[in-house]
Design a protein around this ligand. Structure first.
Ligand SMILES: [Zn+2]
Length: 229
């Protein structure tokens, strides 16, 4: 199996391990970690440093909410709602013929409120089908599993919010880069881009469009200590 070459940003990893990422981003991070040994190593290091910093910092210097969530995570070995840290040995499950990381299973298998046993792709646009995932997030945040037909081009608008794409099957090309299974593409609000599905098969990907991404308090303090060297 190929190794991802496009990874989670360090600040996203940090938000994930400290429990301050939103649920959609936590889900995406957990899925990437099942496919990427490199980021699993970074996540383990970030957890250790984050814990040590908490011991050393006056509590008042940290956001109260971040502290509460951090401690909840430490106590519980992972929050109940966002996906738990991934294990490399986690078995994928198959959804419409595509092997997907285990953290997605409960988002795709639940549909009990209407009697349907699982979710299914539905038409969104020519060559594009998708499943909305029932994550806890503000209404403006969109979290979908997309299935894009071979050769489909996604013409891009300017982004009002950051966008994450995590590829599970097939591949996308953008700006001379190719994104295959396990690869993450992050685009902030400054970007305008065009993605094209490679012609060798359909592409299935998790796509998160979200508003506020990360609390600035963690970003400035922890990222500089961890990764700027
Ligand atoms: Zn990675």
């Amino acid at each position: 199996m190929s190794t991802p070459t496009h990874h989670l940003d360090d600040d996203v990893l940090l938000a994930y391990v400290t429990g301050t990422a939103t649920e959609p981003v936590s889900l995406l991070a957990a899925c990437h970690l099942t496919l990427c040994a490199t980021c699993r190593g970074h996540a383990a290091a970030a957890e250790m440093v984050g814990g040590a910093l908490l011991d050393a910092e006056p509590a008042a210097a940290l956001s109260e909410d971040a502290l509460v969530r951090m401690f909840a995570r430490l106590d519980d070995d992972g929050p109940a709602s966002p996906p738990a840290p991934a294990a490399s040995t986690a078995e994928p499950f198959v959804f419409e013929g595509v092997p997907l990381p285990r953290p997605l299973a409960r988002y795709l298998s639940l549909g009990k409120q209407r009697g349907d046993s699982r979710r299914a792709f539905r038409f969104l646009a020519p060559g594009v089908r998708g499943v909305d995932l029932p994550v806890v997030a503000p209404p403006a945040v969109r979290t979908r599993l997309l299935r894009l037909a071979p050769g489909v081009e996604i013409p891009r608008h300017a982004h009002a919010a950051p966008e994450f794409t995590l590829v599970f099957s097939g591949s996308l090309s953008e700006g001379g880069e190719r994104y295959g299974r396990g690869d993450v593409r992050f685009l902030d609000t400054a970007g305008v881009h065009v993605q094209r599905v490679d012609s060798d098969g359909p592409c299935v990907a998790l796509v998160v469009n979200e508003g506020a991404l990360l609390p600035q308090t963690w970003r400035g303090k922890l990222v500089s200590l961890l990764f700027d060297h």
